[in-house]
Ligand binder design. Structure first.
Ligand code: AP5
Length: 209
């Protein structure tokens, strides 16, 4: 089984598809956004600095996020879905080095960013951040409660509209150039992420087969 790298704009569905595929196929999901939020929840000085950056919609430094990633993966025994890393060309080069000798595919979630602001502002997550819902496209069975854990659903601080718009700008400026980096290596697989959650899963499964 190859490692997978999921890339695409905020709200394109990387976390949703990671959750589906890790259960269905036995991948380990590593999300740098989740790792950073976990650091924030510790309430340390570092956590407060990270929180300020995330709530502005900007990127945390490459050094910090790389260190966090490396401390949380074990490539000798697990196959990963990398979600949210890499985020720019420098991080893509770093991940290339980390994955040297391991096989991997890059899945690009192609979607018009203009359609994503509504998706993100309607996102709700379980209080531990692990389960993802959408008030319109993927609502919980019971209002405000996670189907799987019963936890309350919350809105991420960076899902407020003004922050979302900045995250989209950061994506265009920092992350989009990375798509050409992978395209030029001929390892980029595109999925149409405008489609339903089920259809996106099917497209990814076709790429894996
Ligand atoms: P991170 O947590 O990585 O956020 P993101 O990349 O912006 O992605 P999201 O989690 O917002 O969206 P997603 O693609 O996972 O979509 P989801 O599946 O939830 O990063 C947050 C911050 O951390 C960054 O801004 C930065 O500050 C920092 N950071 C993280 N990594 C970093 C790095 N490497 N370097 C530096 N800084 C870093 O879906 C979204 C919504 O849509 C949900 O409501 C879902 O139910 C719904 N949905 C999903 N698929 C569909 C579909 N097909 N149709 C309709 N609705 C759908």
């Amino acid at each position: 089984m190859k490692n997978l790298i999921f890339i695409g704009p905020p709200g394109c569905g990387k976390g949703t598809q990671s959750n589906i595929l890790k259960d269905a196929k036995g991948y380990t999901h590593v999300s740098t956004g989740d790792l950073l939020r976990s650091e924030v929840s510790k309430g340390t000085d570092l956590g407060r600095k990270i929180s300020d950056v995330m709530e502005s919609g900007e990127l945390v430094t490459d050094e910090l996020v790389t260190e966090l990633l490396k401390a949380n993966i074990d490539l000798s025994s697990k196959q990963y879905i990398f979600d949210g890393f890499p985020r720019n060309v420098k991080q893509a080069e770093i991940l290339d080095q980390i994955l040297e000798g391991s096989d991997y595919s890059v899945i690009y979630f192609k979607v018009d960013v203009e359609n994503l602001v509504g998706r993100i502002t309607n996102r709700r997550v379980s209080s531990d951040g692990k389960h993802i819902y959408n008030l319109i496209s993927n609502p919980p069975k019971e209002d405000g409660k996670c189907d799987q854990t019963g936890q309350f659903l919350i809105q991420r601080e960076d899902d407020k509209e003004e922050v979302v718009r900045n995250r989209m700008d950061v994506y265009s400026r920092e992350t989009e150039p990375m798509i050409d980096f992978y395209r030029s290596k001929n390892i980029l697989e595109e999925v149409d992420a405008e489609k339903s959650i089920e259809s996106v899963t099917e497209q990814i499964e076709r790429v894996l087969n």
